[in-house]
Design a protein around this ligand. Structure first.
Ligand code: NAP
Length: 248
C-alpha cells in the first residue's frame, strides 16, 4: 500500500520540490495550496506524467474549517494519511519591530504557527495508534531565522519559526509512543519566490557571500532532508532539527 503524504504549500518552492521528490519515491501526494491553482495543478500534472498519483487541494491553513476540509478530502480521495509536511508559510515586507502592527502579527502567526498546529492536529488524529492509526511522520518546515532572529528584516517571522521549533519538540514527545515521529528542517537563503514577498527578490544573492559556503541553497536540497526525515532511515529520530543554511 502506498504511503499518503500531505504537503502544505506544495504549489511552489520547497513544498513543490518536496511533493515531486516524494512522488518519485512512491508516496501518493496531496498538494495543498492557497491561491495559486495553476502552480499546484502543474505539480500534479508533473507527478501524473511520471506515473505517480497526486491531487491538489485549496485550503488556507490558518483557517480551521479549511484544514478540516483538506484532511477530509485526503481521507476520501487518497485514504489513510501517513505523513505530513507542514511547509506552508509566509513572510511580509522587511521592517523593524518598532513598525510592526497587530494585523501583520496576526497574519504571520496565523499562517505559520496556527496553520502548522491545526494540520498537525488533524494528522495526529488520523495517524496516532491511540486513535487506531498506524503511526507516521511529521516534518515541520521551520527556518534558521528561529535561531538567527532576522534583525532588521522580519523578527515576527523569525519568532513564528521559534514557535515551530517548540511545536516540534513538544509534539514529538507527546506522540512518540503513539508511532509518530516529529522533526523539523531549518532552511535559510533558499532560491524561491518568498524573498520577493519580503520586498527583496535578490536577497539570497545579496547575502550569499556572507555564508560559510558562499552560495544560496536550492529547494531540492531542503526536499532531500525532508524526505530523509520522513523515511524509515530516520526511524529512531524524533524531536530534532536539520539545519540547511550554508553553514550559518
Ligand atoms: P514560497 O515559494 O513563497 O511558497 C509558499 C507556499 O506556501 C506556496 O505554495 C503558497 O501557496 C503556500 N501558502 C502560503 N500561505 C498559505 C496558506 N495560508 N495556506 C496554505 N498555503 C499557503 O515559499 P518557500 O520559500 O518555498 O517556503 C516554504 C517554507 O519554507 C515556508 O514555511 C518558509 O517559511 C520556509 N523557509 C523558506 C526559506 C527560503 O529561503 N525560501 C528559508 C527558511 C524557511 P500559493 O502558491 O497558493 O500562494
Amino acid at each position: 500500500m502506498s504511503k499518503v503524504l500531505v504537503v502544505t504549500g506544495g504549489s511552489r518552492g520547497i513544498g513543490a520540490e518536496t511533493a515531486l521528490l516524494a512522488a518519485a519515491r512512491g508516496y501518493v501526494v496531496c498538494i495543498n495550496y492557497y491561491k495559486n491553482k495553476a502552480a499546484a495543478d502543474a505539480v500534479v500534472d508533473q507527478i501524473k506524467s511520471a506515473g505517480g498519483k497526486a491531487i491538489a487541494v485549496a485550503a488556507d491553513v490558518s483557517r480551521e474549517s479549511d484544514v478540516k476540509d483538506l484532511f477530509k478530502t485526503v481521507d476520501e480521495k487518497l485514504g489513510q494519511i501517513s505523513a505530513l509536511v507542514n511547509n506552508a508559510g509566509i513572510l511580509e515586507k522587511q521592517i523593524r519591530v518598532e513598525d510592526i502592527d497587530e494585523v501583520r502579527l496576526h497574519r504571520v502567526f496565523a499562517a505559520n504557527v496556527f496553520g502548522s498546529f491545526l494540520c498537525a492536529r488533524e494528522a495526529v488524529r488520523r495517524m496516532s495508534t491511540k486513535h487506531g492509526g498506524y503511526g507516521g511522520a511529521i516534518v515541520n518546515v521551520s527556518s534558521a531565522a528561529s535561531r538567527l532572529g532576522s534583525a532588521g528584516e522580519y523578527v515576527d517571522y523569525a519568532a513564528s519559526k521559534g514557535a515551530i521549533d517548540t511545536l516540534t519538540i513538544g509534539l514529538s514527545r507527546e506522540v512518540a509512543e503513539e508511532g509518530i515521529r516529529v522533526n523539523a528542517v531549518r532552511p535559510a537563503f533558499i532560491y524561491t519566490d518568498m524573498h520577493a514577498d519580503g520586498g527583496e527578490p535578490g536577497r539570497v544573492d545579496r547575502i550569499k557571500e556572507s555564508l560559510p559556503m558562499k552560495r544560496g541553497g536550492q529547494p531540492i536540497e531542503v526536499a532531500n532532508a525532508i524526505l530523509w526525515l520522513l523515511s524509515e532511515e530516520a526511524s529512531y529520530t524524533t524531536g530534532t532539527f536539520i539545519d540547511l543554511a550554508g553553514g550559518k
